[in-house]
Design a protein around this ligand. Structure first.
Ligand code: MRU
Length: 371
């Protein structure tokens, strides 16, 4: 998508072909800084510190990380070491494991001399596939927005989204935002309520930044506002992303998503989840009890960072000294609260049958991405 008129992606191969480039997401929205990552350790650190984040993007970044490790040392031991280090960076989003396994499967039977080049090819393919998937999610989700626009007298569609499932969380387009960008670019009147998404404020800092840069009308709201807006008929559709979806359609996403799903259910507002197929974990059925929920540092809850009126960047403490805090990164929305899943293969019910029919062939093999 565009930043000040220039098309950008969230990750790229640097011009000299020796490193990858990323946008440092910890500095947005106030500073746009790109970083060069030239080793697997640097990639792991960038994921851990959330300079790169978002389920699809961390998968692609980690895939490039394996390439960087193999370029230095193409042995089995190096591959295993880099795989374990990268896998341990974030536990909840399953795209990370999926992408790492994709690269390992590609390179493990190759002679050492060919491994790095093959890993780079595979990581680059994963990046391109992510863009194509999101474009397809966008086309399917666009129809939902167009249907609502056609029903409304003023033709204006109010979407509510949570966290950042935008292009910064992917390679391009985003998942939850792809239908919005397509609607906006296609002339549909669309406006987005953006949950700020404490504690890290990915909505306020990243989703709002994306929309501002692309010119999409939006309003940032405190996390607690969504229910009130839904009661007053001010939200036509909720579209969120996902970090892991179980085989029966339970949706694990950024903490606070579940509360939005409850409010949507209570008010008859359709609640959709946009996700690429690598986000589906068919090894897990009961999303509530089987998905590992990341717990992050207390400082993310106990402090807030931002720009002061005179332009300085500061972090301030907002809880009493010594008060214990809890920082669960994700929650699980049961499938029964989900109106539909917007996937690259269409909009489907959040049910075991629909997921299996859509993503397995008749012989019971999981369809490959792009097939
Ligand atoms: O912890 P993050 O910022 O990496 O969280 C991931 C997310 O942004 C969301 O949960 C998102 O909705 C799914 S990723 C497209």
């Amino acid at each position: 998508m565009k930043v000040d008129g220039t098309p950008r992606r969230a990750i790229w191969l640097e011009d000299d072909g020796n490193a990858i480039g990323i946008i440092d997401q910890t500095l947005l929205p106030h500073r746009f800084v790109t970083r060069r990552l030239a080793t697997a350790a640097e990639v792991a650190r960038a994921i851990r510190t959330m300079q790169v984040r978002g389920a699809p993007l961390i998968g692609v970044a980690a895939a490039f990380g394996l390439w960087l490790a193999l370029r230095e040392d193409a042995s089995d031991a190096s591959l295993e070491r880099a795989y374990s280090t990268l896998l341990a960076t974030r536990p909840t989003a399953v795209n990370l494991k999926w992408a790492l396994e994709g690269v390992v499967t590609t390179v493990r039977d190759l002679p050492r001399a060919d491994r790095a080049a093959a890993a780079l090819r595979r990581a680059s393919e994963l990046a391109e596939e992510d863009v194509a998937i999101n474009r397809s999610i966008g086309r399917h989700g666009l129809r939902l927005i167009e249907e609502i626009a056609a029903r409304k007298n003023d033709g204006r569609v109010n979407v509510l989204t949570h966290c950042n499932a935008g292009w910064l969380a992917t390679v391009d387009w985003g998942t939850a935002t792809a239908p919005v960008y397509m609607a906006h670019d296609g002339g549909v009147s669309v406006h987005v309520f953006v949950d700020e998404t404490r504690p890290r404020n990915q909505g306020a800092a990243l989703t709002a930044w994306e929309f501002a840069k692309h010119g999409v009308p939006h309003t940032v709201i405190p996390d607690n506002t969504g229910g009130h807006l839904m009661q007053r008929g001010m939200v036509d559709i909720v579209i969120v992303g996902a970090d892991r979806v179980s085989a029966r359609g339970d949706v694990c996403n950024k903490i606070g998503t579940y509360l939005k799903a409850l409010a949507a259910h209570d008010n008859g507002v359709p609640f959709y989840v946009a996700l690429p197929s690598p986000t589906i974990d068919f090894d897990i059925v009961d999303g509530l009890n089987e998905i590992p929920i990341e717990q992050r540092g207390a400082e993310e809850v106990a402090t807030v960072s931002g720009k002061t009126q005179d332009g300085r960047f500061e972090t301030v403490q907002i809880v009493p000294d010594g008060s214990p805090v809890a920082n669960y990164g994700f929650d699980v929305t049961p499938a029964r609260l989900v109106t539909g899943l917007i996937t690259e293969r269409g909009v489907i019910p959040a049910s075991p049958a629909a997921l299996a029919e859509t993503f397995f062939d008749r012989a019971g093999r999981r369809a490959t991405v792009g097939s």
